[in-house]
Design a protein around this ligand. Structure first.
Ligand SMILES: CC(=O)SCCNC(=O)CCNC(=O)[C@H](O)C(C)(C)COP(=O)(O)OP(=O)(O)OC[C@H]1O[C@@H](n2cnc3c(N)ncnc32)[C@H](O)[C@@H]1OP(=O)(O)O
Ligand SMILES: CC(=O)C(=O)O
Length: 542
């Protein structure tokens, strides 16, 4: 059976950027676009050229991609021609092969938000689409509030989208802008649009997640005949977000009837990169990835209950709807019972530590992890700290030095020229195994990069200033990432710091520190970073 083509349209860089608290830098937009292109989405909407400097700069870079690069904007305003509308001009000047323009299709919005007549709005849509097509662009019309508009005034809602379709729009995208529609309505209204003369292979669906039905609504529109689906990575987007492509893509590729009915641009090979793509976005946003996220979440294939864990060890399909490897995810058997010990042994083996089944140290390690995670530590992403803790319980941890004390001072002041200056200085005193003491001192003076002016950098520099016999081993270590979370440890809110370090061989490792004091949490993570490097070098491991 020949499959029908279904197009994936990504709006992470536009609607995703409408998420409260999200503001991508241009370089981040580039990184996300490359990831989306690698996955194989058909359209990448880069933002709204002219609306803000970042979006304009991103379009000026003319990123190269296999996907159809698309600029977003709005239909021309009443009283000016499409040629003379300056907002539209900025969008067109971005020079993208496709342009997606939002327009009103709900009578209430035409009169209330735009304050013009229904006929004027229809005319604006028609003229704008005709202009885009005359300019040689693939024209997409985002029919804003279409489902609410259809429920209020079906005749006008259809008139508005027909004005776009009749004037050459390649795609009419039906938008559930306020996210309040439910799957049965989406299905019925999309069918009604097709019955009214706009073919399904010219219809797209754009849903929002306000009733947590964005994915279900997208599938309902596809069931009714729409052949383009819009969404975002991790479901970013205005208010509660957009349809989550991280869920929709594997569903379309793996689940029936979609898998055997439709062909999409994402291949099974690219699908293996899905979890990485999802985590990359969270990393850019400095967000904790949602554990329960379908397909890509850290808990999506975690089997905690004893019954589940024991069956999983016999055959994973007993409690898994797909093999996690298909989407680049991993099966996890949490470390809380016998099955957890198997998992723990696997993690230890990954760190080069071979422990026999039944070794009492396994139970001790599990207990310490559990106890420390209840205090706010997290070992999921801090494998190096986990390894140090395990080595301690196994009696395999070497002690290199002790920190006797540290002191750090940060100062914000105006200098003699009235300029604002932020400086930090730190002192760290350590005692070596042979009893000798060394003291490192460091002061950030006139740091050009504000990141170098902080107390953590001062502490790091002071700590590695004089580590006696170990100095040469850590000279090449750099801190490459620093993440801070306020979390609940016991009954108090505490700070968790995760530090990523890298050495001269390009080897990376992550360590964790927890304290009510952010500087102290950072110091603990720094200490683990140094100790892990010395431990691994002493063990001769790469
Ligand atoms: C449903 C969606 O998510 S659509 C995407 C929405 N995204 C954004 O709004 C983010 C980017 N937007 C912006 O940066 C700004 O709103 C701009 C640059 C586009 C416009 O800024 P301003 O000119 O200052 O206008 P402002 O944002 O205050 O209001 C929007 C104007 O566009 C008009 N407008 C809204 N939709 C349309 C439309 N489809 N066609 C024509 N005009 C429209 C509004 O009536 C309003 O005009 P008014 O000020 O005369 O009442
Ligand atoms: C266009 C768009 O983002 C919406 O209607 O939700």
């Amino acid at each position: 059976m020949t499959k029908e083509r279904l197009y994936i349209y990504d709006t992470t860089l536009r609607d995703g950027q409408q998420t409260q608290g999200v503001q991508f830098a241009t370089s981040e937009k580039q990184q996300i676009a490359e990831t989306l292109d690698m996955l194989g989405v058909d359209y990448i909407e880069g933002g709204w050229p002219g609306a803000n400097p970042t979006d304009s700069e991103f379009f000026e870079l003319r990123p190269q991609m296999k996907a159809t690069f698309t600029a977003f904007g709005m239909t021309k305003r009443a009283g000016v021609s499409a040629e003379n509308d300056d907002v539209l001009a900025a969008v067109m000047n971005a020079g993208t092969p496709a342009v997606c323009l939002v327009g009103k299709t709900h009578d209430f919005h035409v009169s209330t938000a735009l304050g013009i007549t229904l006929a004027e709005n229809t005319d604006n849509i028609a003229r704008t689409m005709a202009y885009m097509v005359a300019q040689g662009r693939e024209a997409l019309f985002d029919a804003e509030h279409f489902f609410d508009g259809y429920k209020s005034n079906p005749t006008y809602a259809l008139e508005a989208i027909k004005a776009a379709y009749d004037n050459g729009a390649r795609w009419i995208v039906l938008c559930d802008t306020n996210g309040g529609a439910l799957p049965a309505e989406i299905y019925a209204i999309t069918k009604a649009v097709i019955d009214a003369g706009i073919p399904g292979d010219h219809l797209g669906i754009h849903t929002h997640n306000d009733t947590e039905n964005a994915v279900a609504n997208s599938l309902a529109a596809i069931d009714a005949g729409a052949r383009q689906v819009q969404g975002t990575l991790n479901g970013l987007g205005e208010r509660c977000g957009n349809a989550n492509l991280t869920t929709l893509i594997p569903t379309l590729l793996l689940k029936e009837p979609y898998a055997s009915t439709y062909e999409i641009g994402v291949s099974h090979t690219a699908l293996v990169e899905l979890t990485r793509a999802s985590r990359l976005l969270d990393d850019i946003l400095n967000r904790v990835p949602m554990r329960q996220a379908p397909y890509v979440g850290a808990s999506a294939f975690a089997h905690k209950a004893g019954l589940h864990a024991s069956a999983i060890l016999k055959d994973p399909s007993t409690y898994e709807h797909i093999d996690p490897a298909i989407v680049g995810n991993e099966r996890v058997i949490p470390m809380s019972n016998q099955a957890g010990q198997s998992n723990l042994r696997k993690r230890l083996a990954d760190a080069g530590l071979s422990v026999e089944k039944g070794d009492p140290a396994l139970g001790r390690i599990l207990n310490r992890i559990k106890e420390r995670e209840s205090l706010g530590y997290s070992y999921d992403s801090a494998q190096a700290s986990f390894e140090l803790l395990a080595r301690e319980e196994l009696g395999l941890r070497e002690s290199f030095f002790d920190v006797e004390r540290y002191r750090v001072i940060s100062e914000r002041r105006r200098n003699a020229r009235g300029q604002l200056v932020v400086e930090s200085e730190a002192v760290v005193t350590v005692q070596m195994g042979d009893g000798t003491k060394t003291t490192g001192y460091y002061k950030n003076e006139n740091a050009e990069d504000m990141r170098d002016a902080g107390p953590v950098n001062a502490l790091w520099q002071a700590l590695k200033h004089d580590l006696g016999p170990y100095q040469a081993k850590i000279d090449g270590v750099r801190l490459v990432d620093f993440k801070v979370r306020i979390t609940n440890g016991g009954i108090e809110a505490v700070t968790r710091v995760i530090i990523d370090s890298e050495d001269e061989h390009g080897r990376r490792w992550a360590t964790v520190g927890v304290s009510a004091n952010i500087v102290d949490a950072s110091f603990e993570a720094l200490l683990d970073a140094v100790n892990w490097k010395l431990t691994r070098d002493a063990a001769g491991a790469e």
